[in-house]
Design a protein around this ligand. Structure first.
Ligand code: HEC
Length: 133
């Protein structure tokens, strides 16, 4: 029955609208608040100290400057972080284990693991929202 379909479609549109508003209402993600705690915990043991791997220091207070406005050493045609564009950000390729060079991040003793999905989503969304400090 056509009438019923119209109602269903209308309900779906309303739901989509509410969802979009909810996403807008969220405060934009920031490096210091949302991303840095993840990287300090999962990365700074290698990317920190006196000789951070690949010169990339992700320890507290250092990561933002090292990740933004810099090219990847492994893949020098790419930025580490390209605001708004995860696929164009070498950091994201490493985290999603799609980089062609080296291993996925975070590395482990014998290979690599992935960050938990919620943390991956946070990093990806942070890049999409413009990689704010
Ligand atoms: C066990 C040590 C270790 C851990 C933990 C680790 N990394 Fe790495 N990382 C390396 C090494 C070694 C390389 C270079 C070789 C490679 O890519 O496999 C590297 C390379 C990278 C690069 C490429 C840098 C460039 O300029 O091309 C990025 C980006 C990166 N890591 C990000 C991270 C992030 C983000 C985390 C945490 C989620 C992390 N790494 C955790 C050891 C580590």
């Amino acid at each position: 029955m056509a009438g019923k379909n119209v109602v269903v479609v209308a309900a779906a549109l309303v739901a989509a609208g509410v969802w979009t508003l909810a996403a807008w209402a969220q405060a934009p993600l920031s490096y210091a608040k949302d991303v840095e705690p993840i990287f300090v915990k999962a990365c700074a043991n290698c990317h920190g100290g006196n000789s951070p791997k690949k010169g990339l220091d992700l320890s507290l207070g250092k990561g933002y400057a090292d990740l933004t406005g810099r090219r990847s050493q492994e893949s020098p045609t790419m930025d580490l972080v390209k605001p708004g564009d995860p696929a164009g950000s070498y950091l994201w390729l490493k985290l999603s284990h799609t980089a062609l060079e080296g291993r996925g991040m975070p590395r482990t003793l014998f290979g690599a693991k992935k960050l938990p999905q919620a943390e991956l989503d946070t990093v990806r969304e942070w890049i999409i929202q413009g990689a704010k400090p």
